[in-house]
Design a binder for this molecule. Structure first.
Ligand code: ATP
Length: 582
């Protein structure tokens, strides 16, 4: 459910902003100082007009100060000019310090929001990621967090000082003369009404724009992930058409946002010009009637202009706020998702043995992915040290069974137990130490071969990494590379063959030294030569561990001590009579 318009930013504030209260207070004090300097700015000019030019001191409280260094006209002019410069310098220095402090709050808060969003996103269950395009999630972490940063910086460097300045000038106008004050205050409802109406429109436009941009990012990521398929089938035009269609919705949303933005300033100008006109008329009449001096009127118009200027700059950043709100909504949608670590862990790590025996049981296990059923009432028991191969038709649920053992998903019915403990109740950290896997396609991160092997156990010694690499036959090809195991490989293992990537995956699993090993078609994409080498590595990996594998390859089936066939009926995933296998 969407949060109310104003609900998202305050939530981000409560969570990430409270620690900056001290800095905020400092920034506020600096802004107050700057405002006081700004309020003093027109007085030397007014004093010159009233005392030096018109020879009249009655209306100007600063008039007598002008004669501090002498009362001849040129000395008073010089004193006024120096006062203008001093006041401007003080205001500029306070402006600089205030901006530094306030902008820093925005920058720090947004960095924290980005880090927290990424950390949380990583911990969301696979069921979330299965339904979310990678590009869309990337766009949230990068672009939405960037928009939040923009609006936080605008909040601290424009909105807060702007509101402070506008209220300061309004108060000063009131103190100057209550009639001037009323004229100034009269502008505020007009500005507020145009602002609120535009903010709503702006938020709607910004939300549409972000959704359209995210969908574009999702498309780009998908096509680039499958770029070799695009090239193989030469379907570039198809994706061009999809991209153009989605770009059209981005354009529509962008034009709507541009229209809202363009409307804002003229509306505001019209609203505030009424105030300026009234002030000029009332003030001018007052000067003609001898109620006020010209200098007095100059100060009042300068205060009204001072009050209107921040309102104008606020209107310029209001689209930034609208975008920030829309993006905050999308970030909160991620932060509100329950992470996998929230699963209650009944057994604490300290109460569990450091190493499981490796017994696995499926008791009436069912698994549905949304509306799709993958396993129905599966009963299967695997003894510690057994090596079983799951076989059966495509889609019967073999990979799903493996995913349930490793805790990637929790069963939607029944229970999966390791050494008698349901996986749903086990701490994730312990489960990661007990179960390792070699999948159909080993995913490698950008970094060195050694980094990728160490991924399963970051604290492993160099010698242990080398030993795992040797046992998995990684060393055989790494020795021919320029820096051996320290050779850098690209994203997703670009630069290595399929068989080489699988060998790195085996080394990674060997280093994890877990009592349970899952093999999900680890040789399916390999030719017979590569398969032979990978099987040699796997033979070392499986020794002395409980192994559950899915494969149709005879070379792997020979490693199994039992082959279990799965078949599906409407009500049940059945286990066909187990066959002993050496
Ligand atoms: N992440 C997922 N989201 C939705 N449905 C899924 C997901 N993973 C698997 N499925 C569905 O669950 C069913 C079982 O899939 P699974 O991959 O476990 O079968 P499998 O026996 O390993 O198949 P194969 O032999 O083709 O690898 C299939 O109908 C599949 O479409």
């Amino acid at each position: 459910m969407r949060q109310p318009l104003a609900g998202n930013m305050p939530r981000l504030f409560r969570r990430f902003g409270t620690r900056y209260r001290g800095l905020f207070a400092l920034g506020f004090v600096l802004r107050l100082g700057e405002m006081a300097a700004d309020l003093a700015t027109p007085w030397p000019i007014a004093a010159v007009i009233d005392r030096v030019l018109a020879g009249n001191e009655s209306h100007n409280p600063l008039g007598p100060l002008l004669g501090l260094f002498g009362t001849d006209r040129m000395t008073m002019l010089t004193t006024a000019a120096a006062a203008v410069v001093v006041v401007a310098l003080v205001s500029a220095a306070l402006d600089y310090l205030g901006d530094r402090v306030m902008n820093a709050i925005g920058e720090r808060m947004s960095t924290q929001i980005r880090c927290a969003t990424f950390a949380h996103l990583q911990r969301l269950p696979l069921s979330y990621h299965n339904h979310q395009a990678v590009g869309e999630s990337t766009s949230r972490v990068i672009t939405d967090c960037d928009r939040i940063k923009g609006s936080l910086v605008a909040l601290f460097s424009t909105l807060c000082p702007g509101v402070l300045a506008a209220s300061g000038y309004a108060t000063a106008l009131l103190l100057l003369d209550w009639r001037f004050g009323l004229i100034g205050l009269g502008c505020i409802p007009l500005v507020y009404l145009t602002g609120v109406r535009n903010h709503r429109l702006g938020h709607r436009a910004a939300r549409g724009q972000r959704e359209a941009e995210s969908s574009l990012a999702g498309l780009v990521t998908e096509v680039l992930n499958g770029i070799s398929t695009v090239h193989t089938f030469g379907r570039h035009e198809l994706h061009d058409e999809h991209f153009a269609a989605r770009s059209a919705s981005t354009l529509r949303a962008g034009l709507m946002a541009a229209d809202v933005q363009a409307r804002r300033l003229p509306l505001l100008e019209s609203a505030t010009s009424i105030g300026v006109a009234v002030l000029l008329w009332v003030g001018g009449a007052g000067v003609l009637g001898g109620q006020w001096s010209v200098g007095h009127l100059v100060v009042a118009t300068s205060y009204l202009a001072g009050m209107v200027t921040p309102l104008r700059s606020l209107s310029k950043v209001s689209m930034v706020f609208a975008q920030g709100h829309a993006s905050a909504e999308r970030i909160i949608a991620i932060l509100d998702q329950p992470a996998v670590t929230h699963v209650p862990a009944t057994w604490r790590v300290g109460t569990l043995p450091a190493r499981a025996q490796g017994r696995i049981e499926f008791v009436a296990v069912a698994m549905d992915y949304g509306d799709r059923s993958a396993l129905r009432h599966l009963d299967l028991s695997i003894d510690a040290g057994e090596r079983i191969a799951l076989t059966g038709p495509n889609g019967v649920g073999k990979s799903t069974a493996l995913a349930l053992i490793s805790g990637l998903y929790l069963p939607t019915g029944g229970v999966v137990r390791i050494d008698g403990c349901p996986t749903a109740d086990l701490p994730r950290q312990w489960l990661h130490q007990q179960v390792t896997a070699v999948l159909q396609d080993t995913f490698l991160f950008a970094g060195t071969l050694a980094d990728n092997i160490r991924y399963s156990r970051p604290d492993a010694e160099v010698a242990e990494v080398a030993e795992a690499a040797k046992a998995a036959l990684v060393t055989d090809f790494a020795d021919d590379l320029p820096a051996g195991l320290d050779t850098r490989i690209g994203d997703r293992g670009v630069g290595l063959s399929g068989g080489q990537r699988q060998r790195v995956g085996i080394a990674r699993a060997l280093l994890a030294d877990a009592p349970i090993v899952l093999l999900d078609e680890p040789t399916s994409g390999l030719d017979s030569d590569a398969e032979e080498v990978v099987v040699a590595g796997l033979t070392r990996l499986v020794a002395g561990r409980t192994v559950v594998m899915t494969t149709h390859r005879p070379s792997l089936l020979t490693m199994a001590t039992r082959i279990v066939g799965l078949t599906a009926t409407d009500k049940q995933t059945c286990v066909t009579a187990p066959r002993g296998h050496g």
